[in-house]
Design a protein around this ligand. Structure first.
Ligand code: NAD
Ligand code: ZN
Length: 342
């Protein structure tokens, strides 16, 4: 089958013919229909220090996808051929304390699809049945293909109650924008999103986030004054990994404010810990999605009117994957979708 493979230990992704993945008794085999390119895939493409330390050569990359079931192992129940499914991108051990307690997102033995094991940028992918999410027929294929990053957004945005709260999102990448939309949908009062990149701010506005600002030109104090806010934000969603964005956020939280952090910093960040202590802030790291409460919430929010489809800016054929990676690199994109039909 055709697949996008990290063939060489240098910048790039290679289109290769590889054997179809083999299926065990607990596995489901899926024909891939559409895939999303993630920032992680771009790190693998660019072959940065994280990628070169993590990615085995020859790996099929990619983890954001939707596809249809073509076969399943003898031990698999509740799956039928032709079902529209996505895969949870974290394969967990199922045996550790957290897994046994149902807190599978906290498994200490997590393996990443398209990172530690073969991924979804291929005609077929095989996953354990416990990693399969069966989509509601109401979910459009494009949106289904980005349930993985949408799930990151939902996990982060709903980590703390947002009903009636003022929410600050730092970073209007695709995940930050989706998280802002989720916070609004879940009943936040003001949702403000920052990004120095004007393309990204405009994209956020198109998706329905009214309050956007450039942190290099406007201070959070000014933003708060404009909105008639006095004490600070109740909930912060850190979606940039940028040290200054995180420092600005810590300085703009109300006493007792709660911050969930998804953005991955590339270096250590020094902050004024006195603000965390005296303002009694809560900081919470977020990784992946809750299995499968986040997936359930995604589905029902879409069914109750949340529309995140505007975050998709590029729809390309898989053969044009180089254009897709270039769009991701440019910073002038939201989600980039590759269509694997034909
Ligand atoms: P992205 O890189 O597309 O978006 C990050 C945005 O932050 C960019 O638009 C950038 O311009 C903006 N930014 C830079 N400096 C800023 C500043 N000072 N203030 C405000 N914004 C600033 O990333 P994404 O795909 O939307 O993902 C968001 C983050 O989440 C990334 O850091 C990514 O690595 C991380 N991530 C984490 C997980 C997890 O499980 N923890 C999963 C997926 C992604
Ligand atoms: Zn485990």
């Amino acid at each position: 089958m055709k697949a996008l493979v990290k063939k060489k230990a240098e910048k790039g992704i290679w289109l290769e013919d590889v054997p179809e993945p083999e299926m065990g008794i607990n596995d489901v085999k899926i024909r891939v229909l559409k895939t999303g390119i993630c920032g992680t895939d771009l790190h693998i493409y660019d072959w940065d220090s994280w990628a070169s330390a993590t990615i085995p050569q020859g790996l099929v990359i990619g983890h954001e996808f939707v596809g249809e079931v073509v076969a399943f192992g003898s031990n698999v129940a509740d799956v039928t051929v032709g079902q529209l499914v996505s895969g949870e991108g974290h394969v967990v051990c199922g045996r550790c304390r957290n897994c046994l307690a149902g807190r599978r997102h906290l498994c200490a033995h997590t393996l990443g699809v398209g990172v530690n094991r073969n991924g979804a940028f291929a005609e077929y992918i095989v996953l354990p049945m416990s990693n399969i999410w069966h989509h509601s027929p109401s979910v459009p294929h494009d949106v289904a293909s980005i349930f993985d990053p949408f799930g990151n957004a939902v996990h982060t945005a709903l980590a703390f109650p947002v009903l009636g709260e003022d929410v600050l999102v730092t970073g209007a990448g695709p995940i930050g924008i989706m998280a802002a939309a989720v916070a609004k949908h879940a009943g936040a009062r003001h949702v403000v999103i920052s990004d120095p990149n004007s393309y990204r701010r405009e994209l956020a506005e198109k998706v329905g986030i009214k309050h956007t600002f450039n942190p290099r030109e406007t201070t959070l104090k000014d933003v708060m004054a404009k909105l008639g806010m006095y004490e600070g934000f109740d909930v912060g969603l850190e979606m940039s990994g940028n040290p200054q964005a995180f420092r600005d956020m810590i300085g703009a939280m109300s006493h007792g404010g709660k911050i969930s952090m998804l953005g991955i910093p590339s270096t250590e960040i020094a902050i004024d810990w006195n603000k965390v202590i005296f303002n009694q802030l809560t900081l919470r790291g977020i990784y992946g999605r809750e299995m499968y409460e986040t997936w359930y919430k995604m589905t029902v929010m879409l069914e109750s009117g949340l529309d995140i489809s505007g975050v998709i800016t590029h729809r390309l054929n898989w053969k044009d994957f180089e254009d897709g990676f270039a769009a991701m690199s440019s910073g002038e994109s939201g989600k980039v979708i590759l269509d694997w039909n034909d």
